[in-house]
Ligand binder design. Structure first.
Ligand code: SF4
Length: 491
């Protein structure tokens, strides 16, 4: 299990509605993208902000009604966070919670940001030279400051400069103290972002995933294009593609793990893509299928692939693993020795369903291997005779610079070990990954339009490539921490 990224939502009501209710539901639908903190920022004669730690549904009815009054306004932005930059200290999370607001003179700018910046050394230098010390450890403050510092010619120009000079993945919603509401996506469109509206068109919204629109009863208009900015003016929206890179690099991992199955990405439901992953696995690994008695899946991200595999092979799919719904502690806030026990508590194994059986376990991905190892141990304890692990996302052997919390070579089991080595390490009889070409075909995207850098080591941006190449050649087991945060690596 890896940490999830972030989710953003923003809304402008052209009628009498308050924005807060829509923001709240937009976050509830996207809480899977970040469990660490959440926040709201609305505008009504100035900016009003509320952030807190934990899950959005923990806001009870009384609190909800209170904040609906305390955060008035017809326009607002909201954010759920899982930090991929900055401290992992629990106490710093509240300070880094978003939307984050920075000031310059009397002007204020608030941002909700999904993604991760790569050239943070350069950004930090130019920003601290101008503003002195930063208040947080988050790259959102860097992005906020960069936009504010360059806003003398208007927000459009500031966003254009950001797209041209800031390297990384960023899908952003923003709101100024003048009530200007905007959204934009990096030139490669690495993180999802879509535009939607109410049936009568009187409410316009922007959301990381389409489920944020569905829960509010809005229609999805379309996806925000790579390099595109949307300004929500009083008279309607204004869309402009500020930078055209000519290519895109949408994160492939969204299809395998992050996005909700009922979200639409690139015009296709994610669950349909995952079913195809399962069918691919069945076609590729016929020998394994022949030697198996049943299919089980790691809930819930591998369930659709397991269904596809079941459809393709006719092999029984037994729902032997169930998730304890209210175990919501996140592995990221725990020490290493606690991590396993939490994963242990999350998944329940139905007794008797696999005693003496040869089992195919469908998994979405293997990052560190600790979750899978724990589950395999539990299956062995319940008497599984053979365990074949079929994995939908190809072998991850390179870190991610763009907002997924797998940011060093040394934490990746697939960096050190091949399929056989991984099988031995986690206790499976065999590990089989979906080949890269099968994965890409199933997504329906062109190979050049997807980022698959954590598999191939070919990064879609220059600095990330240089840093990865430099670090790869001298990796030591003791290397820890996110490689893009190390000083001196911006070569
Ligand atoms: S490196 Fe991997 S996880 Fe990161 S953006 Fe690319 S595909 Fe997604």
């Amino acid at each position: 299990m890896v940490g999830e990224k972030c989710g953003v939502f923003g809304v402008k009501c052209y009628g009498d509605d308050n924005a807060f209710v829509y923001l709240y539901w937009g976050l509830v639908a996207q809480n899977h993208r970040g469990h660490e903190s959440y926040g709201f920022l609305t505008h009504s004669e100035g900016l009003r902000r509320y952030v807190d730690l934990g899950l959005v549904p923990r806001i009870d009815k009384q609190e909800f009604l209170r904040w609906n009054i305390l955060l008035p306004g017809k326009v607002g932005i909201a954010h759920v966070r899982y930090g991929t930059s900055g401290h992992k200290d629990v106490y710093a999370h509240l300070k880094d919670a978003q939307p984050m607001v920075v000031s310059r003179g009397r002007e204020k700018l608030g941002l909700g940001f999904n993604g991760n910046l790569v050239n943070i050394g350069w950004l930090r230098d130019i920003i601290t030279q101008k503003n002195g010390r930063l208040k947080t450890t988050s790259d959102t403050e860097l992005l906020c400051r960069y936009l504010v510092d360059n806003a003398s010619n208007g927000i459009r120009e500031s966003i254009r400069l950001c797209m041209e000079n800031v390297e990384g993945a960023f899908s952003v919603v923003g709101l100024t103290s003048k009530g200007e509401f905007f959204g934009f996506r990096d030139p490669l469109g690495m993180r999802p972002l879509c535009l939607g509206q109410s049936r009568d068109g009187s409410i316009k919204a922007i959301s990381s995933e389409s489920v944020g629109m569905n829960i509010n009863g809005f229609d999805v208009v379309n996806e925000v294009k790579p390099g595109e900015m949307i300004l929500f003016r009083e008279g309607g929206i204004e869309r402009e593609r500020l930078v055209k890179d000519g290519r895109s690099a949408f994160c492939g991992f969204e299809f395998a793990y992050f996005a909700r199955p009922d979200s639409i990405v690139n015009g296709r439901y994610v669950y349909k893509v995952r079913e195809e992953f399962g069918r691919n696995l069945g076609r590729r690994y016929r020998e394994v299928v022949k030697d198996a008695d049943l299919i089980i899946s790691i809930p819930e991200t591998a369930d659709d692939a397991a269904y596809g595999l079941h459809e393709e092979t006719g092999l029984r799919w037994e729902r032997s693993l169930r998730r304890h719904r209210y175990v919501t502690q996140r592995a990221f806030i725990l020490e290493d020795n606690e991590r396993t026990s939490t994963i242990d508590r999350k998944i329940n194994v139905i007794d008797g369903s696999m005693r003496g059986k040869r089992v195919i376990v469908v998994e979405d991905s293997i990052v560190r291997g600790d979750t899978t190892k724990t589950i395999i141990r539990k299956l062995r304890e319940r008497g599984a005779e053979k365990i074949y692990l079929l994995v939908t996302f190809p072998r991850i052997s390179n870190p991610c610079f763009y907002g997924i919390d797998m940011a060093s070579f040394t934490e990746l089991i697939g960096f050190y070990l091949d399929e056989d080595g991984i099988a031995k390490e986690i206790g499976a009889d065999k590990v089989c990954y979906q080949p890269l070409e099968d994965f890409i075909r199933a997504t329906g995207m062109r190979p050049g339009d997807l980022c698959m850098a954590c598999i191939t080591g070919n990064y879609p941006t220059e600095l990330a490539q240089r840093i990865a190449d430099k670090v790869r050649s001298s990796v030591e087991k003791s290397d820890k921490g996110r490689i893009y945060e190390r000083l001196g690596l911006e070569v």
